[in-house]
Design a protein around this ligand. Structure first.
Ligand SMILES: [Cu+2]
Length: 248
């Protein structure tokens, strides 16, 4: 079955989204195809043959009933399918891993409550959010300034990061790998550089990774990196122009 541009999905709910998308697209192709054939058929079959006015008729009850009932059935099927998949997407099952995600102009900060793990990166470095495979991961998504969008194509998933609002969701990756993520809400000058990566690893690799944050040198290095990125940002972001023309 063709993918119609969507990702096959690396998480359990993104696979449901993918299949829903495929069925929607196939439905659209069928409806569009039938409509196109009917138009072509009507154009050819009833093209002008002379100057006589064709037979005029006002009602065709069976036809009108059919073209009312079929769309209602289609809309109901689309609604039901969407409802089932959306419920999967917004389900909040028990989780073992929680990650606090903070979006800011222009980068991401990932912290892991209950551990020292902290990942911070912006513009030219993309921060990597790491979590274990086949595990429910709870994400607390926030923004520190303007509206951002948390989007991972491989997860067929997008959520707003809103200032002053906590958005929560659960993801469960089904295969290991590194997936590309980006901000999908135009949020300022360096919006296009607001990337991140999601790295899905095995349980043991995840725990080993968490441990790397527990030795003091790593902690100091993380702090130094955070300070360095702040300095780097100040060179990247043009400071506000002050007028050099006096009062004119
Ligand atoms: Cu953004």
């Amino acid at each position: 079955m063709p993918s119609f541009g969507a990702s096959p999905g690396a998480t359990s709910s993104s696979r449901s989204v993918f299949h829903l998308w495929q069925w929607f697209s196939i439905g659209a192709v069928i409806v569009g195809g039938i409509t196109l054939l009917l138009i072509i058929w009507a154009v050819l079959r009833y093209r002008r043959k002379g100057d006589n006015i064709p037979k005029q008729s006002q009602y065709h009850v069976p036809l009108e009933t059919i073209y009312t009932i079929i769309p209602i059935i289609i809309v109901f099927a689309l609604f039901a399918g969407t409802l089932v998949v959306e419920n999967k997407e917004t389900a909040n099952p028990r989780t073992n891993v929680t990650i606090d995600v903070l979006a800011f102009q222009w980068g991401w900060k990932f912290t892991y409550p209950g551990s020292n793990a902290l990942v911070y990166g912006q513009t030219t470095q993309d921060p990597v959010m790491e979590f274990p495979v086949n595990t429910n991961v709870h994400i607390n998504l926030r923004s520190s300034d303007v509206i951002h969008g948390f989007y991972v194509h491989a997860f067929n998933f997008s959520r707003y990061a809103l200032p002053g609002v906590l958005n929560q969701f659960t993801i469960r990756a089904q295969s290991t790998g590194t997936y590309f993520g980006q901000c999908t809400q135009l949020c300022g000058l360096y919006h296009s550089l607001m990337w991140f990566r999601v790295k899905v690893v095995s349980q043991s690799q995840y725990h080993a990774w968490l441990q790397t944050f527990n030795n003091p040198t790593a902690e100091a290095a993380a702090k130094a990196a955070a300070t360095a990125t702040k300095q780097q940002l100040s060179t990247l972001v043009p400071s506000k122009q002050t007028s050099s023309h006096g009062d004119n």
